[in-house]
Ligand binder design. Sequence first.
Ligand code: AP5
Ligand code: MG
Ligand code: ZN
Length: 215
Amino acid sequence: MNIILLGPPGAGKGTQASRLVAGRNMVQLSTGDMLRAAVKAGSPVGVKAKAVMAAGELVSDAIVSALIGERLDQGDTAAGVIFDGYPRTAAQADALDILLAERGSALDYVVELEVDEAALIERIVGRFTCAHCGEGYHDVFKLPTVAGVCDVCGATEFKRRPDDNAETVSTRMAEYRAKTAPILPIYEARGLVRRVNGMADIDEVSAAIAGILGS
Ligand code: AP5
Ligand code: MG
Ligand code: ZN
């Protein structure tokens, strides 16, 4: 089972992907996470990506598709992949078809998280994650059960993304509208798109996705 979670910044792609990983043994491939790791490591890819990400613009198609190809070759993706934040352009969508076909695989569904853009800014500026295990939280929608302590690993340090500020978010939204939303009709024509109300509660969104994937 290979699926794409598609939606604008803050739609809940990462939140839902990590639930699918926990529940179904699927592997989450987030180009955003891979690029952030590259920036942190100071690798050549990270050096190229850092300023582009800080501005909220898209990193080059060649870089992200190469990251995905390398990751697919690690041999742990048999139970299925959740593509989170990839593909984001028509060229990336084409590249993904080729990468999967070369490995005898294909896409099963493109799950579009339908959201109200006005609400996304609030989601994004309130977001933080555990600095130790990466569990995602939100100042209003998902606080740790015990204040200041990660529910999953018990760590007490949290972090926020440098691109989660109002100005960069508006560029990220514009990039989504201009370059990513136009790939939906391509998948629509292939009968792959399933829509989920991304404004519902996190649990309800998970239930809707489970309904699409089957048991
Ligand atoms: P990336 O990391 O992919 O960021 P994004 O697409 O902007 O998406 P986010 O991670 O911000 O949102 P999300 O949908 O994962 O939401 P989340 O679940 O966290 O990309 C970052 C940058 O890297 C890009 O700008 C670009 O520069 C570069 N990049 C990455 N991939 C690339 C590619 N393929 N090509 C080129 N460049 C690329 O949820 C958000 C918050 O809301 C959380 O706090 C969460 O707790 C909360 N929340 C989630 N669901 C709900 C709900 N149902 N109700 C209430 N709150 C909710
Ligand atoms: Mg994300
Ligand atoms: Zn943690």
